[in-house]
Write a protein that binds this ligand. Structure first.
Ligand code: ZN
Length: 132
């Protein structure tokens, strides 16, 4: 399993996101002005520049838009190969780059339905995906 970089505690605007993941809940910011759901967490809306938002619980459902398989590890933090890095578009709109767990090489396809999975690892939880 790839090693993960822990979240930066200095990023206070991300705290609810990481705390949600720790509870195995996916929360993203929804703009109070235009209702846009954004990822990654930020200080203002990339659509309307509004700063007001609420934390929106999301379904965790999505589909694979694109992916690559790493056949050789070029980074000691990623010793197990092959592993995929996938672009997942969430049902609520945002696209997230992550990994789809539990699939072998050749078992992943564009359009696959996936759902959020939560990997508890060394003091924080990473957002991953698994086949739905
Ligand atoms: Zn907005």
């Amino acid at each position: 399993m790839p090693e993960r970089t822990p979240p930066n505690p200095k990023n206070a605007h991300e705290r609810e996101y990481w705390e949600g993941l720790a509870r195995h809940q996916l929360l993203l910011q929804r703009c109070a002005g235009c209702r846009f759901v954004r990822y990654p967490p930020g200080l203002s809306c990339p659509e309307c520049w509004g700063e007001a938002f609420t934390w929106q619980p999301l379904s965790g459902r999505g589909s694979v838009v694109s992916f690559v398989w790493y056949m050789r590890s070029l980074d000691r933090r990623f010793p197990e190969v092959p592993y995929n890095v996938s672009l997942v578009k969430l049902a609520e709109g945002p696209a997230i780059i992550s990994n789809v767990l539990g699939v072998k090489f050749g078992e992943l396809a564009v359009g696959n339905a996936v759902r959020a999975a939560y990997l508890d690892d060394r003091g924080f939880t990473a957002l991953m995906f698994g086949k739905a």
